[in-house]
Ligand binder design. Structure first.
Ligand code: HEC
Length: 194
């Protein structure tokens, strides 16, 4: 059982029941404590579901990212497996710490932030041009806060919004599950081209 599951068991009726059982076998004063735990379980049941899960701390909007270093760009066209989620043209940007990480061959220190700026791609006059912004993907390295997802926090800010979140508590499944494939490169797919 992991730490979260243990914490939940401690806080839930199931856990309280087990403790009550143990306390009956131990000494009667333990029953008082078990009753308190049961009351805590009731309080927990009244909490909104969003607060019960150990949600990852929110990733802040990366202010000033447009002035950071451009890493690379890519156009994902119809027919690509990732078209539904990431179709369009994207540019990657790195802050100072992330740039050092790219240059070190994929070892990112805490404080590294990488931005995935995804725009519509429009074909016109034999060119591919940038359209409206679809989403601003963000990866923030903080090995303590985001230990559950390889030390990276993930978020997507919808369109040009700095507050509307596309990922929220779903980073593990919506983002990290795929980035996991690059574990040996600190979960980062892209590489620095000189
Ligand atoms: C199905 C696989 C997949 C999923 C799911 C995915 N990514 Fe990525 N991501 C990639 C690939 C592949 C690249 C490299 C793109 C390139 O080289 O231009 C990438 C690149 C990135 C980068 C630039 C750093 C890097 O790894 O190269 C960021 C930031 C990013 N993704 C954020 C996110 C966020 C936020 C989510 C969740 C909403 C997400 N990704 C979900 C495959 C994925």
């Amino acid at each position: 059982m992991n730490e979260t599951a243990q914490r939940i068991e401690r806080m839930t009726a199931a856990g309280a029941g087990k403790r009550a059982e143990r306390s009956r076998r131990a000494r009667p004063t333990m029953a008082k404590w078990a009753a308190r735990a049961a009351a805590a379980a009731l309080a927990l049941a009244a909490m909104p579901a969003a607060l019960q899960a150990a949600d990852p701390p929110p990733v802040a909007y990366p202010q000033g990212w447009r002035d950071w270093t451009h890493v690379k760009s890519m156009v994902i066209q119809p027919g690509h497996a990732l078209f539904d989620a990431f179709g369009g043209i994207h540019h990657l940007y790195a802050n100072k710490q992330a740039l050092a990480g790219y240059r070190a061959g994929g070892k990112f220190a805490d404080g590294s932030v990488i931005v995935f700026d995804l725009l519509e791609a429009k074909s016109a006059d034999n060119t591919v041009q940038e359209g409206a912004r679809k989403v601003l993907g963000v990866m923030v390295k903080d090995s303590r806060r985001y230990a559950a997802t390889g030390g990276w926090g993930y978020e997507g800010f919808k369109g040009d919004s700095k507050t509307e979140r596309a990922v929220g508590a779903n980073a593990a499944t919506a983002c990290h599950a795929c980035h996991q494939a690059r574990k040996d490169n600190d979960y980062v797919f892209s590489a620095w081209r000189p």
